[in-house]
Design a protein around this ligand. Sequence first.
Ligand SMILES: *Cc1c(COP(=O)(O)O)cnc(C)c1O
Length: 446
Amino acid sequence: MQKTKHIEIRTAIPGPKSVEVHRRVHAATPRAVSVSLPVVDRAEGALVTDIDGNTLIDLTGGVGVQNVGHRNPRVVAALEEQVRRFLHTDFTNIPYESYVQLAERLNKTFPGGGDDICSIFFNSGAEAVENAIKIARAATGRKGIISFEGAFHGRTLMAMTLTSKVHPYKARMGPYAPEVYRVPFPYSYRCDMAEGPDHVCGPRCYSRIERALLTQVAAEDVAAVIVEPVQGEGGFVVPPPDFLPWLRAFTEKHGILLIVDEVQTGFGRTGKFWATEHSGIRPDLLTMAKSIANGVPLSGVMGRREYMDGPGPSQIGGTYVGNPLAAAAANAVLDAFDQDGVLAMGVRQGEQIRARLEELKAQSPYVGEVRGLGPMLAVELVKDRNSKEPHPELTGRAVQRAMERGVLVLTAGIYGNVIRFLQPLTAPADVIDEALDVVVSSVLEG
Ligand SMILES: *Cc1c(COP(=O)(O)O)cnc(C)c1O
């Protein structure tokens, strides 16, 4: 047995019991269900205990779903209470107060504010994206949608079409939804249009987006541009600070709606409640999911009423949307933000992680870039800093080693060469330190 302050390792990882469950997963489900991490028995805060009795630090947070920590006590209490009252009615059939309370509270958080904001709820991030597009089309009477290279918006037909990463998401899955146009994202580290000594994207890069309106689709046919304020699956790519303001001006000029997809960046992930707040702009529509309800499936679209009222009564919705358990959990998540200082914890955590990753960059020739916004941080690994050739092999080895040593962490990026950190924002500094020791040594071993 090997024990540090929080990590406790009793078997190989994954251990024998986990390996046996993996075998059953492979036998009982199709290969689309691919598993490799140890099988969880229970989770609390940023710690996961597996069925072999190992305790690991979880920097995956259920893929960005556990911003307020596994089994947040407020959420557990709210769910227990809700279970005693009722589980499901279908809100538009027999309504309940927690749904409208959640909408009222979220409406007040809309980036740029306003009293004309309203919200509607769905089940998954992809479903929120699908509905945001339907809302934009109904509101504008236009069909075209512009999305970005490197974008991830989900796996349903429209969401998959908007998504950029071909493998594993799109290959052999066509035909895609029509009327989607793709433009480059200002990924300064790899953009051939980046300018100046700091190699940062600017007007020269953005003008390619403008050019799409000359070469691909007429402005008056475009309903919306959908953008992640920081790309998630694309590798935690942070656009320059003037990008969203530029995009806002561009969309306004052409009567195009701006949809910010905050499914991964929302709920404090970047140190503000919404990542869009860093830019000061007011979008038209915002999609949310992931950390909204601490793991109970829920998503939503929030936006300006003049557009949100595009679809008519019952034109969008679904049986489970805004389910009572999810609404109770989401209200409790908002309580945690209101009362437990989650945002401040995230900001401090971001400084702690960034400092450690910059140190790693100084020590390892394979770290091409450390980037992120607040606690949404990642390292991009390359074979050579000059050629910037991606190093997915080292990325895979480092993540594998970290797992064997008790830290679960995810990769991202179109080349699979980014290690991204989606730790609970509530994780104490000593837990983060212990996890970073493992990740840093796993990268340094080459
Ligand atoms: C995860 C994600 C989605 C899709 O959410 P699902 O709940 O998996 O459907 C959409 N957009 C972004 C930015 C995401 O990170």
